[in-house]
Write a protein that binds this ligand. Sequence first.
Ligand code: MG
Length: 243
Amino acid sequence: MANLGYDDTPVIPGSKYKVHDGTRPQPRIVTPAAACCGAPSDAIVLFDGRSLAGWVSAKDATPARWKVENGYMEVVPTTGDIQTTEKFGNCQLHLEMAAPTVIKGESQGRGNSGVFLMGRYEIQVLDCYNNPTYPDGTTCAIYGQYPPLVNACRKPGEWQTYDIIWEGPVFKGDKLAKPARVTVLFNGIVVHHAQELQGPTEHRRLATYVPHPDKLPLKLQDHGDLVRFRNIWYRPLKDYDAG
Ligand code: MG
């Protein structure tokens, strides 16, 4: 193959490749998902709309008891939070959710659920369409820490997308070496950009990091509302040139 680049250029700091180096690994080709309900070709599918295989009760690891129908899962109140058997760390996570069409409750009581990265760090799921609540508990809030940059909620019953780029915290022994960081797009709109977290999610308390493994399950919350989820997948985040 013809030389695609240059070999008489300086080496890029932090890299073993030169500026415009034609021998640098080509980015892998990934086929994007169709507009709805697909996943990119290299994604790990966590929920394909057909079964809760791969999901268990977060409390006791028994099979998840949420409802599956018409390509989505729906919270069955009182059955509890569910989590993946898959454990993962830094990632791009995609999921879609719909708030209940029958509007009931207000503030935190309307369409509440949650996406808990590593089972600990909640990106809020809530119906905040014409439903104000405390800002750090709004839809897509890093719960108890940061409100979303904007409220981009669609109407109850309409499908909405979460695209989350997650970097877990790094611990050295029992000390925090690097806090977790997250970027979130909700319905395609940036609501957090490389925001550092103060620690795992707490209610009415300040967050404090506690060391944990670098790969953990993803948890979804049963907050008693009939929230639906579909099309859940992730891609591990890798370094440049990792192939
Ligand atoms: Mg919640």
